[in-house]
Design a protein around this ligand. Structure first.
Ligand code: COA
Length: 390
């Protein structure tokens, strides 16, 4: 009998040159470069260019890439108008997902070759932050702030959101967050994007599917849940009892644990430091409360279950975004704004990989465990003859 691979854990389904994760040693590598090096030396534009190409760009390639990102910094009038017609209560993840689908009908690229998809990737990386920033202003009854061509990708987003140019430290902190979230191999959303691309559907359909997968609380939605948890707990003193009660009820502590990392998630390490810096700068308590959640969860899991658990990327990103003044329900959309660099790189790899074996349509198998009435199937009973099952 074949064994089932529930959740496809550790099943190798494709080759990739984009990203490597070493879950045992806590390493995350984009195209051969350690994430810890990239957050020190690179910025989001260069990192996105790296992900979409095979190596770090030369000055000429980077400048062309950055110029194209700036040139694509606008959304069609129809998309902006439709944003204004949405109910103000709409969930921002639903908004970004539907607007990515809508952008497909305004696509200026022709055909489905590599160049056209590269253009679509640049367009999505540029336009998704605009949709989110505009949506936040529109739902709050404010005028939208058109993008600024003189600001970097991170600074421009904060500017469109708040109407104020961020100082260089704040812009850099947000830039680092974008680098950290840009790519993470075959997680649920990236796999969703690749699966859709494997049918030869277009880039917008693949990214829209990825956004849907990201929205769930076991994936990108966790950072929103973490901030809700921090606000509910409210103080360092209340952490211990809160965490113990949750674990005793068999509930999960959001922001802790990971399907791949069995040690410290390197992104959490960087974000922990950013959260600490922002707490010091703003005088807010969120870093200390988060640290206490980390410590108590680790201790309790060890004591009660005898197992280790570590923070994931969402534990400290929640407080980091909160202290950057970003509304908490934008945490997951911002994850998408960054991860679109990785998704689009994967869509291009899925469609144009030269590696052997070449990717093919994903088609796993399910084991049927439903009703069985013999080889000729169950007898179809007319509706007026059916009895209510006991
Ligand atoms: N809080 C409490 N218990 C947790 C936990 C958490 N955050 N994460 C894992 N566990 C428990 C599981 O319930 C499981 O217990 P069980 O065997 O009794 O069912 C045990 O630890 C082993 O979990 P494991 O199989 O190693 O994790 P996973 O691969 O199933 O889950 C996550 C990975 C991310 C889905 C899981 O850790 C989780 O739900 N975390 C919270 C949500 C989150 O932060 N998501 C963002 C991920 S980047």
């Amino acid at each position: 009998m074949q064994t089932k691979n529930i959740g496809l854990r550790n099943i190798e389904v494709a080759d990739t040159k984009i990203c490597a994760i070493d879950g045992i040693n806590g390493k995350l590598i984009y195209r051969g470069y350690d994430i810890l090096d990239l957050v020190k030396k690179s910025n989001f534009e260069e990192t996105a260019c790296l992900l979409l190409n095979d190596d770090l760009p030369t000055p000429k390639i980077l400048s062309e890439f950055s110029n194209k990102l700036v040139e694509a910094r606008s959304i069609p009038d129809g998309v902006e108008k439709n944003l204004k017609n949405l109910p103000k209560s709409a969930n921002p993840m639903d908004v970004i997902q539907s607007k990515v689908s809508e952008l497909a009908v305004h696509d200026l690229e022709k055909g489905d070759d590599r160049n056209a998809n590269y253009g679509r990737a640049i367009s999505l990386i540029s336009k998704m932050p605009i949709v989110i920033a505009y949506w936040d202003r529109i739902r709050n009854g404010k005028d939208v702030i058109p993008p600024s061509a003189k600001l970097g990708h991170a600074g421009n987003f904060l500017y469109m959101l708040t109407g104020k140019e961020p100082d260089s430290e704040i812009a850099r902190i947000f830039d680092i967050c974008l680098i950290l979230h840009a790519e993470h191999s075959f997680n649920a959303s990236t796999f969703a994007a690749r699966e859709v691309a494997s049918t030869r559907a277009h880039m917008f359909a693949a990214v829209s599917a990825a956004i849907g997968a990201l929205s769930g609380e076991l994936h990108g939605g966790a950072n929103f849940q973490v901030m809700k948890m921090l606000l509910e707990i409210g103080s360092e003193e209340a952490v211990e009892q809160w965490v113990k009660t949750k674990l005793a009820k068999g509930e999960r502590i959001m922001g802790m644990g990971h399907a791949v990392y069995k040690t410290f998630d390197p992104r959490a390490e960087v974000l922990r430091e950013l959260s600490r810096r922002l707490s010091e700068k703003t005088g807010q308590p969120w870093f200390k409360i988060t640290k206490k959640i980390e410590d108590v969860t680790e201790e309790e899991m060890k004591k009660v279950r005898g197992s280790d658990i570590f923070p994931n990327v969402d534990l400290y990103s929640a407080s980091t975004y909160y202290m950057l003044g970003i509304p908490m329900d934008l945490n997951t959309p911002i994850f998408a704004v960054s991860r679109v660099a990785g998704w689009t790189a994967h869509v291009i790899e899925e469609k144009f990989a030269e590696a052997q074996p070449k990717p093919m349509l994903y088609r796993p198998k399910a084991v049927y465990v439903g009703k069985y009435c013999g080889p000729s199937g169950c007898e179809y009973v007319p509706i007026d003859k059916r009895v209510v099952p006991h």
